[in-house]
Design a protein. Structure first.
Length: 223
């Protein structure tokens, strides 16, 4: 681990708390923060804006490769833009959530976004906390700290419901949390910790406790 730079990779299923925990860790350590899932969602906005159907794999690939994608790495000021449009709010809408697997389950799309994510990680001077589904194994397998954060499905559903409120009904909630996990697991494993990756079960942990658990791992890893 470099004394001047720190990279933390956090993976986990939907609703595990990885985004909130990652932002909290980044703030505590003065690091950048990368929500890689937001990049997949932004590309979903791009292909929907272009009138491409999710079933049109070639169209989705073209939209991904051609997307002008910008994303903030400031944990205190998160925003995402695609092709000049601010989609910070739009990427969280149920329609986009329902279509994002059309991007995340296509190998060519993942390869393109992984390349972009690696560039963002490399460009962070002090280091970064990057979170998603394949960060510990594909995007940043050499990260200083690698963590898989999980939680029981019922807890994950409840957390996502609290986040979205009345924007989604029960069927849409299950689609966002369980169906997307099932779809994405065809290409990446984010339910079992790979060799060298620490597994943290956050089912019964509060957000501050989860953040502290990650900070404790960082402290153990520092020389």
């Amino acid at each position: 681990m470099s004394a001047d730079r720190l990279v933390i990779a956090i993976d986990g299923p939907s609703g595990s708390g990885k985004s909130s925990a990652s932002r909290g860790v980044a703030k505590a350590l003065g690091l950048a923060y990368l929500d890689t899932g937001a990049m997949y969602r932004a590309v979903a906005c791009a292909f929907l804006d272009a009138g491409v159907e999710p079933s049109d794999e070639a169209g989705v690939i073209a939209a991904t490769l051609g997307a002008n994608l910008e994303i903030s790495t400031d944990p205190d000021n998160q925003w995402v833009r695609v092709n000049g449009r601010d989609v910070t709010t739009a990427i969280r809408e149920p329609e986009v959530s329902a279509k994002v697997s059309a991007v995340s389950t296509v190998a060519e799309c993942r390869a393109n976004l992984v390349s972009r994510q690696r560039a963002i990680i490399e460009a962070a001077p002090a280091g970064i906390v990057a979170e998603g589904r394949d960060i510990t194994t594909v995007v940043a397998p050499d990260a200083d700290v690698r963590l898989l954060l999980t939680a029981d499905p019922e807890i994950r559903m409840a957390r996502r419901q609290a986040e979205l409120g009345d924007k989604v009904d029960a069927a849409q909630l299950a689609d966002q949390v369980l169906r997307r996990d099932s779809d994405d697991s065809r290409l990446v494993n984010f339910t079992t910790a790979a060799d060298g990756v620490t597994h943290l079960d956050g089912t019964y942990l509060t957000l501050p406790e989860t953040i502290q658990a990650v900070l404790d791992l960082v402290a153990q890893a520092r020389p």
